[in-house]
Design a protein around this ligand. Structure first.
Ligand SMILES: Cc1cc2nc3c(=O)[nH]c(=O)nc-3n(C[C@H](O)[C@H](O)[C@H](O)COP(=O)(O)OP(=O)(O)OC[C@H]3O[C@@H](n4cnc5c(N)ncnc54)[C@H](O)[C@@H]3O)c2cc1C
Ligand code: SF4
Ligand code: SF4
Ligand code: SF4
Length: 341
């Protein structure tokens, strides 16, 4: 979309609180002109220069990949899919969130050279502060298992590192639904500046998502100040009838979700996709028994990665899926509706 620039994004997405913080615009900007700052992270901002706006050099890459310019609508509650299964890892994954299926599929893919890198989110274990990372070994991926439930991070910014610095060309992206939508926009783009990123992504693994929270607001404002808890005292986080915190001493504490409302990122309030309908494989806990992951297989690529992990014994398919439970949660999220610009 040449002729468009960050100024159009600012008017249509940033100033209307629609930005989901996916980081796609940051990844593809050839001038490295867009950044998030710790102070203002409800959307990126431009640090003065822009090829298109400053020099009238055709670009428009940021506008082209943004999933919030025209939000995807329709496609049913669960989107298109080939099969839905319940699965768990056949390998040991101590930190897994549900059944460890996400880690198992991608660890198998790394070991069998189906992919050369995974772009995902990690955290500082002491502060729980999130960061986007590029992981290239199965051992490292296993050490990073588990959901960074609460913390938002512009995940796709790390795609730039993977593609341009580390020259990875067989990348798997793990992302929340908004991130999978941004990747879909990249793949649909005919912009030469976007194509190297789209071509380098081999698999998109989407995690179910209801919302994410701003780190500063949640940790400093709620967990530390109101509940007198330090991030390094937290061993595990789950969303179970509230925000369930398991402390390092084994004690648990549940924060009611309504108390977290103030920390929800603005872009999440208009998000209607629970199950990552643009992914090759989507993964969540709802619909499966405890200790299992629900997997929605949507594409041929997704099917191929699944079968590889099953054949090597990394992944076990067991049990039934309660599709009604997934649909019910998806319907609640879809009811948020999309406001007019
Ligand atoms: C913010 C958030 C909200 C979620 N909400 C729901 C929900 O409402 N209902 C539901 O059923 N499931 C939800 N999930 C998905 C669920 O928590 C599990 O991630 C999913 O069931 C897969 O479990 P697993 O054991 O197979 O994954 P694991 O084997 O533990 O692997 C998880 C992988 O995801 C990566 N990861 C963790 N956090 C992020 C992140 N924020 N962005 C990108 N990659 C990440 C990790 O690095 C790891 O590689 C949510 C996940 C997140 C991150
Ligand atoms: S240089 Fe291109 S991608 Fe970067 S802000 Fe300008 S139009 Fe957007
Ligand atoms: S939604 Fe993503 S691509 Fe669009 S402005 Fe926000 S961070 Fe950039
Ligand atoms: S609710 Fe989840 S998928 Fe939607 S914008 Fe927020 S983080 Fe992204």
């Amino acid at each position: 979309m040449q002729g468009r620039s960050y100024k159009d994004l600012r008017r249509e997405v940033w100033d209307t609180n629609r930005c989901c913080g996916c980081g796609a615009c940051i990844a593809v900007c050839p001038a490295d002109a867009l950044i998030f700052t710790p102070e203002e992270n409800s959307h990126p901002y431009n640090r003065i220069y822009c090829k298109e706006a400053t020099d009238e050099v055709p670009c428009g890459a940021c506008y082209e990949v943004c999933p919030r310019v025209k939000m995807i609508q329709g496609r049913g509650l669960l989107g298109d899919y080939r099969s839905i299964v319940s699965a768990k890892a056949g390998i040991d994954i101590p930190q897994r969130q549900s059944g460890g299926a996400v880690t198992a599929i991608l660890a198998d893919a790394l070991d069998n050279d189906l992919i050369d890198a995974v772009v995902t989110v990690s955290e500082d274990r002491f502060t729980l502060k999130p960061q986007s990372v590029v992981i290239t070994s199965s051992g490292e991926l296993i050490a990073h298992a588990g959901s960074r439930y609460a913390w938002w991070v512009p995940l796709l910014a790390a795609l730039k590192t993977a593609v341009l610095e580390r020259k990875c060309r067989k990348i798997a992206v793990i992302g929340l639904p908004c991130v999978t939508e941004a990747v879909a926009e990249m793949k649909a783009s005919e912009n030469d500046l976007v194509r190297p990123f789209a071509r380098s992504i081999r698999l998109v693994l989407g995690l179910f998502c209801t919302e994410t929270f701003d780190y500063n607001h949640l940790v400093q404002g709620i967990i530390e100040r109101r509940y007198q808890l330090q991030p390094h005292d937290i061993r595990r986080l789950d969303m179970k009838m509230g925000f369930l915190i398991t402390k390092t001493d084994g004690e648990t504490l549940t924060i009611p979700l309504k108390e977290l409302n103030e920390a929800v990122r603005p872009g999440c309030r208009i998000c209607t996709d629970l199950t990552a309908r643009s992914a090759d494989i989507s993964a969540g806990s709802v619909g499966s028994d405890s200790g299992y992951t629900t997997l929605i297989i949507r594409s041929g690529a997704g099917e191929a990665f699944l079968q590889s992990a099953i054949s090597s014994g990394a992944l076990l398919i067991e049990g039934d899926v309660d599709e009604k439970a997934i649909e019910s949660l998806a319907a609640k999220k879809a009811a948020r509706g999309i406001p007019k610009k």
